[in-house]
Design a binder for this molecule. Structure first.
Ligand code: FE2
Ligand code: FE2
Length: 305
């Protein structure tokens, strides 16, 4: 992707003036969210430790993103997404896994970029980073497993697909690192847009090719991650919770019967990432508002001259 120098400088200038006013107040206990999009074919078993109650930030107005920065972010992400859609149309064939492989390769690098900048800040004495580093590591681990699932389905078999995905990921990593250094909310907004596309991609795939997916087996790596592994890291990235039927915040382990269930979980993970990012952009807090109140970030109209 090509960026003009004036536009890039304009972005950084606008970004550096943006800062949410809420300090990070995160509850660090791990718990599993009950997603709003759970599959009817996904049964659950409750983990042992009861999760603590989430305390949403009360009566706070969400921050918005400067209109020019918002437009730039949207054009950038939509362009990348459109390129992927052009080269990898979803048709219900094995090539779909190549598309998901490319998408997952690119969509996960922002979490490394956040962690890189946070490590640097920590090195220079910043002790106000709270639990965001842990959550971003858990998100990176979650995205890694999405990638491993796509690889297990053959998504990375073609050298051209690998080259395209890794080249995009390399440059996107450095871009997000620079943006995050100057303005975490603007960098989070980029990922908010990507995660929204990822959720839509998987939703459409499940809707249009669900019957085919129900005839396919569960990859071993999916069983290991979603069913067998200790859920600590998984619970950690689900920061915006739903209440279960008993009024408690539930901790859950999915049962995977077929590939459809795997993709339901991948799609729901993308929604969890999106909700956390919306809260970080708008409130500077991973638990800014509760699940049902999370909405996409709005653009702040430019001041009239
Ligand atoms: Fe993903
Ligand atoms: Fe994601």
């Amino acid at each position: 992707m090509k960026l003009s120098v004036p536009l890039f400088l304009s972005l950084l200038a606008s970004a550096s003036t943006f800062a949410p006013s809420t300090p990070l107040q995160i509850n660090s206990a791990a718990m599993r969210s009950s997603t709003a999009f759970a599959s009817s074919s996904t049964s659950l078993k409750v983990a042992s430790a009861p999760p603590p109650v989430q305390t949403p930030t009360p009566n706070k107005e969400p921050e918005m993103i400067d209109e020019n920065v918002y437009k730039f972010n949207k054009i950038l992400i939509d362009t990348v997404y459109d390129i992927i859609c052009f080269f990898y149309p979803v048709k219900g064939t094995k090539r779909d896994f190549a598309r998901f492989y490319v998408l997952e390769t690119v969509a996960r690098v922002p979490y490394f970029a956040y962690l890189s900048v946070m490590h640097l800040r920590e090195t220079f004495g910043d002790r106000e980073l709270g639990d965001k580093m842990r959550t971003h590591y858990a998100e990176a681990d979650n995205e890694l497993h999405h990638l491993l699932i796509m690889e297990s389905l053959g998504g990375n078999e073609n050298v051209i697909d690998r080259t395209l995905a890794q080249t995009m990921a390399f440059f996107y990593y450095w871009y997000v690192t620079v943006v995050y250094f100057f303005s975490p909310p603007v960098a989070y907004h980029l990922s908010e847009l990507i995660e929204d596309h990822a959720f839509d991609t998987y939703s459409g795939y499940l809707e249009n090719h669900g019957e085919m997916l129900k005839t396919k087996p569960v990859p071993a790596i999916a069983t290991k991650y979603y069913v067998e592994d200790n859920p600590f890291l998984f619970d950690l990235f689900c920061t915006v919770k739903n209440k279960d039927e008993d009024g408690n915040f539930s901790a859950r382990r999915p049962q995977l019967d077929n590939l459809y269930d795997v993709f339901v979980n991948v799609r729901d993970d993308e929604k969890e990432h999106w909700k956390t990012l919306c809260n970080l952009v708008q409130y500077g807090d991973m638990q800014g508002v509760e699940n049902k109140n999370v909405v996409g970030t709005k653009a702040k109209p430019a001041e009239p001259n």
